[in-house]
Ligand binder design. Structure first.
Ligand SMILES: NC(=O)c1ccc[n+]([C@@H]2O[C@H](COP(=O)([O-])OP(=O)(O)OC[C@H]3O[C@@H](n4cnc5c(N)ncnc54)[C@H](OP(=O)(O)O)[C@@H]3O)[C@@H](O)[C@H]2O)c1
Length: 331
């Protein structure tokens, strides 16, 4: 082709190129607008499924694991206020009893038997044997469970490389976050499915939404919870059971070791209020500033998120080790 001919061909192609770019631009704008609209709807406008649907004020029970502290304690109190009887499970009887006192105060009850009913079940989910699970089943037999909150979860003592993590710590994280969650759900989900009614609420973490170096086992355990929850949600939806996986950024608690709340880090009370107001099947991010962070993270390249998280956790580890050394010196 002559030089003139190739210049002509190039010029002919330009309108197509311009049209192509315009179409691409319009498509990108449409995707951005629909993303922004669906974020706004999910985060601020979508009405949650009413707790009445799961038996609130009709004698149904809520079972909350890890109910003696933090987020689980708030679930127990707020579900009682919403009209559920509550079964609370954790390792320490005295701590569970004190939450029961708080429930009675919150519900204006004078004592057990008046209004809301409670049960406590002491269990170490890291080491529960078949006999303990059998005992749990016996506790569940006489009650109708409308809500199961799989809240209990443990993380690494502080960020560490996998090769430096002890077998005991690995075992505890998997037993509590994965095995106990599966076992308790398998005790409760069949009766929900046969009654065609129930809510299974599983506590997730941003650490499960993206690989998290130095919290590798915790991160993988929460990724497990996410994948399993979404499969279970699809299986149980036709049977009338809602399965929700609540994706969660930091909340003030013993686990997060964050005491002061901020715009992005709510108290357990504010966090649980947001969760219960917006019950929906599948993965949700119920707290609005968490949803905002999630949206930004979704836009960023995953390698950048991973590198940022890694450097953040290296810093957390450095500070945790310095604090430990300082405490050791003081002893
Ligand atoms: N806080 C956050 O920033 C955050 C962020 C993302 C996700 N989450 C998730 O939210 C959930 C609750 O976290 P949290 O911050 O509320 O934790 P938390 O304050 O440490 O409370 C944990 C609860 O679980 C119980 N527990 C711990 N180990 C147990 C075991 N082996 N057997 C039975 N019970 C046990 C504790 O009671 P006892 O010690 O008395 O047994 C306590 O009631 C977890 O699944 C966590 O992964 C939290």
């Amino acid at each position: 082709m002559s030089l003139l001919g190739s210049m002509q061909a190039h010029l002919n192609a330009v309108p197509h190129l311009v049209l192509g770019l315009q179409v691409l631009g319009a498509l990108s704008a449409a995707i951005a607008v629909s993303g922004a609209l669906s974020f706004t709807y999910d985060t601020f406008l979508r009405p949650g499924v009413s707790l009445r649907k799961f038996g609130a004020k009709k004698g149904a029970w809520a079972v909350v694991t890890g109910a003696s502290d933090g987020i689980g304690r708030e679930f127990a109190i707020q579900l009682a206020r919403a009209g559920f009887n509550v079964l609370l499970a954790a390792r320490n009887q005295a701590k569970l009893d004190s939450v029961v006192d708080d429930i009675f105060k919150a519900c204006g009850n004078g004592g057990e038997g008046e209004g809301v009913q409670t049960k406590t079940f002491v269990v170490d989910f890291a080491s529960a044997d078949d006999a303990r699970w059998e005992a749990f089943l016996e506790e569940l037999k006489p009650i109708e469970v409308g809500v199961l909150v799989n809240n209990v979860g443990v993380s690494h003592e502080f960020p560490s490389d996998f090769v430096d993590t002890s077998p005991e710590e690995l075992g505890t994280i998997i037993n509590v976050n994965v095995t106990a969650t599966l076992r308790i759900t398998s005790l409760i989900a069949p009766s929900m499915a046969s009654r065609k009614k129930g809510l299974i609420l599983n506590m997730g973490s941003f650490a499960g939404a993206a690989p998290t170096p130095m919290l590798a086992v915790y991160s993988a355990s929460k990724a497990f919870v996410r994948t399993w929850s979404e499969s279970l949600a699809a299986e149980l939806a036709p049977k009338g059971v809602v399965v929700e996986h609540a994706n969660t950024y930091y909340v003030t608690s013993a686990m997060s070791k964050i005491r002061r709340p901020s715009l992005f880090i709510p108290t357990p009370k504010a966090f649980v209020r947001a969760v219960l107001a917006k019950i929906a099947p599948g993965t949700t991010t119920p707290y609005w500033t968490h949803a905002l962070i999630g949206a930004v993270l979704n836009l960023a390249p995953s390698k950048v998120v991973l590198a940022y998280t890694h450097s953040l956790l290296k810093d957390t580890r450095r500070r945790a080790l310095a604090k430990r050394a300082k405490l050791a010196k003081q002893e």
